[in-house]
Design a protein. Structure first.
Length: 520
């Protein structure tokens, strides 16, 4: 089985994303060092932040070309369910470190990929959560007229049955200014909730700051350590009134997160401030979703609402130490990486349960709730001759704070290779990290195609995706997977949209690609 992307175009792609070393021949897989085979059934764990790439999908479905800002690795990875070994570490969160070793697709030199995933023994269907004070802040500016407002109203009504009688709900609406509509109302008062949600209407400009500030103020007023105190912040646009500096919003969210009040953000329409909504969710110990169609409304407000409002871990740190023969070239699937001597640290404000339990489940409503993974690309250290243990790839040390008890939990794991780094040989711990490798390449293809299109080069963007597509198809023939199959659908859609753009663009010969391997 040959998974090489196989053209100079994709070599350029992967080099530009510093992924080149890991886009390689992946012909065999197996287990090493007593690893337990992955199995479905365990609850996945997702990082706070982007939980989908719905905006990217929506743009393609509308026949348009997404810009580079419409896709990020955290959101893309989160829509992929990766099955890990059973969560038998003794804690509510178990970390798994997987290994992929393969020959570089450009030079043939060694590439080592470490995939970090987490799962939980907690059953989402039977779990009990602490009572919740949820402050819903809804953008009711004029741009919300039509589908955006319809989606929000339908979603909030869908959410009511998922609430517990002990929960409290407040509703803040904001346009030119903010207004408090529901003040700490019992969730058992379903008539009041339904009436308020269905009575939302749109008019005025967009004062993002006033809406967020008012929502946090209400949450702070009723703050109770026995409750989960959270803000659900919905918007379809850019700030056009009040304080419009995005840093003011993120500073506000970060300050309240430290007080124990988190924020989950939901974007609707295609004109909302993607970066602001993503950043708010990350610093605010929450999640970010995009509502692109009625199916997404149902998925987010019925399936995901069971998990996205209550974190299962706070102040998460994963310390990564790599063996003396390696250096970290790139880290993907997280925005919390900080490089340090001999490795680095991944800092994550919050972790949540992910709703999907098996990668084999067919996709019905949508793919949210996959959980995703973090992927580190390692390359041999320049000039390394020998190390105390050449088979030692590295170690991972997880620590986090339990949000219910306040106690710190910890777990460590070591990762070893079946051969020395000087003697590359294709190897995967199991099929889960092999899927991660394919997922990473698809993300890279999407990202570069979007960047090339933004640089007025749709032809090279199309050829990049066309070079990758048959290799993904080949992998799928031997490893049927609903997530990757769905990815391929959007690869095809992207290609077709690019053909339309090309037909309206003056023909030209694409420039020679830059050197495919960046200097180490």
């Amino acid at each position: 089985m040959d998974h090489r992307i196989g053209t100079a175009l994709l070599s350029t792609l992967l080099a530009s994303l510093v992924l080149t070393g890991c886009a390689a021949d992946a012909s065999e897989s197996g287990a090493f060092g007593g690893n337990v085979d992955p199995e479905p059934g365990a609850t996945g764990i997702s990082q706070g932040g982007a939980q989908d790439f719905g905006l990217f999908r929506k743009i393609l479905e509308d026949g348009k070309i997404p810009g580079p800002g419409a896709l990020d690795d955290l959101g893309f990875f989160a829509e992929h369910k990766l099955d890990y070994a059973p969560p038998n570490c003794g804690n509510n969160i178990c970390m798994h470190g997987l290994l992929g070793v393969m020959g570089n697709m450009i030079t043939g030199s060694n590439c080592t990929l470490v995939q970090i995933g987490m799962n939980s023994p907690i059953d989402v269907g039977s779990m009990t959560r602490p009572p919740l004070h949820l402050v819903v802040a809804v953008d009711v500016s004029g741009s919300m007229v039509g589908e955006p407002m319809d989606y929000v109203k339908a979603g909030l009504v869908e959410m009511i049955p998922a609430l517990e009688p002990t929960d409290r709900i407040s509703l803040v609406t904001y346009s030119t200014s903010a207004n408090l509509v529901l003040d700490h109302v019992s969730a058992s008062n379903t008539q009041a909730l339904q009436s308020a949600f269905q009575g939302l209407f749109a008019a005025g400009s967009t004062n993002l700051y006033d809406g967020l500030f008012t929502a946090f103020s209400v949450a702070d007023k009723y703050f109770d350590p026995a409750y989960q105190n959270r803000v659900l912040y919905l918007s379809d646009g850019m700030a056009t009134a009040g304080l419009t500096n995005p840093s003011k919003l993120t500073s506000l969210a970060e300050a309240y997160a430290k007080k124990g009040i988190g924020v989950t953000t939901i974007g609707v329409g295609e004109a909302f401030d993607v970066e602001v909504m993503r950043d708010l969710s990350e610093v605010g110990a929450g999640n970010f979703y995009f509502l692109e169609d009625p199916k997404a409304v149902v998925e987010v407000f019925t399936d995901e609402v069971k998990t996205f409002l209550v974190p299962v871990a706070l102040d998460v740190n994963i310390d990564v130490a790599v063996g003396g023969g390696y250096v970290v070239r790139g880290v993907y699937g997280t925005n919390g990486w900080q490089t340090a001597e001999g490795g680095g640290t991944i800092s994550i404000p919050s972790l949540f349960l992910a709703g999907r339990t098996s990668s084999d489940d067919p996709i019905s409503e949508g793919r949210r709730g996959g959980g995703g993974a973090m992927i580190l690309e390692l390359v041999p250290r320049s000039g390394a001759i020998s190390v105390p243990d050449p088979y030692e790839v590295g170690s991972l040390n997880l620590s986090y704070r339990d949000p219910l008890t306040g106690f710190t939990k910890a777990q460590s794991t070591n990762i070893k290779a079946p051969h020395m780094y000087e003697d590359p040989e294709t190897f995967f711990t199991d099929e889960t990290v092999e899927k991660g490798f394919v997922m990473l390449n698809i993300y890279a293809g999407f990202k570069l195609a979007a960047e090339l299109s933004a640089d007025s080069d749709p032809r090279t963007a199309r050829r990049t995706l066309e070079a990758m597509r048959p290799n993904v198809d080949t992998w799928l023939a031997e490893h049927p997977d609903p997530d990757i199959q769905d990815d391929l659908k959007y690869v095809d859609l992207f290609i077709e949209n690019l053909k339309v753009v090309e037909a309206n663009t003056t023909p030209y010969e694409p420039a020679d690609p830059p050197p495919p391997w960046p200097a180490d």
